[in-house]
Design a protein around this ligand. Structure first.
Ligand code: IMP
Length: 190
């Protein structure tokens, strides 16, 4: 099986990637000490994939950068999603802060965005972006998934991401949509 090196240590993301790209062996290679200081998801995904591509010449490498954008908060937490309530990443505090900042706010529309950057064996770079639109619930529900999943209700559903099965989430999620684009690129090139 072909290897796909992925710049992440997030077990939830790695599992979603392995589920959605079954033709590849997903190998985690988290870059140490890389500053994700780009102003957008695409820029940060490129920073991360470049940090590992030099270590794996002639191989496929991939990185994703993702987060939640809430319209009423001007797109926050955005690229700061992981550390919204401060460093290090603390999911219960992030979720509590999000609910607090939306207290009394009627427009709770939001979207998850996932940018994936790919480096092919010949060194060419490509990026794919996937989005999933929905709203922020008034309180958390569900135990599956990770991060803001218990607070995010995708459009057309009355359940949060954390109440959906992995297959249901992957079929509509920002990462699922971006990885569908990646799968097409990989299949066309292999
Ligand atoms: P990254 O690891 O720098 O891409 O940060 C992503 C952060 O955005 C995570 O720590 C979560 O807080 C949030 N996030 C991204 N994707 C998801 C998802 O699918 N569900 C819930 N939260 C997510």
């Amino acid at each position: 099986m072909k290897k796909l090196f992925v710049a992440s240590h997030n077990q939830h993301k790695l599992r979603e990637m392995a589920q959605m790209l079954p033709a590849f062996e997903v190998v985690a290679d988290n870059p140490e000490g890389v500053e994700e200081n780009a102003p957008d998801f695409v820029g940060n995904a490129l920073i991360k994939v470049r940090a590992i591509a030099s270590r794996h010449p002639g191989e496929w490498c991939m990185a994703d950068d993702s987060g939640l954008e809430v319209a009423a908060l001007g797109g926050a937490p955005g690229v700061r999603s992981a550390r919204y309530a401060g460093e290090p990443c603390d999911t219960p505090r992030n979720n509590a802060l999000l609910l607090k900042n939306l207290e009394g706010v009627a427009d709770r529309s939001a979207n998850f965005t996932c940018a994936v950057a790919l480096v092919s064996p010949d060194g060419a770079e490509r990026t794919v972006v996937g989005k999933c639109f929905g709203r922020i619930a008034l309180s958390a529900s569900g135990a599956a998934g990770f991060g803001y999943d218990p607070l995010f209700v995708p459009d057309g559903y009355d359940k949060s991401f954390a109440e959906l099965s992995a297959e249901e989430k992957n079929a509509i999620s920002h990462r699922g949509r971006a990885l569908e684009g990646v799968r097409r690129i990989l299949e066309a090139e292999e």
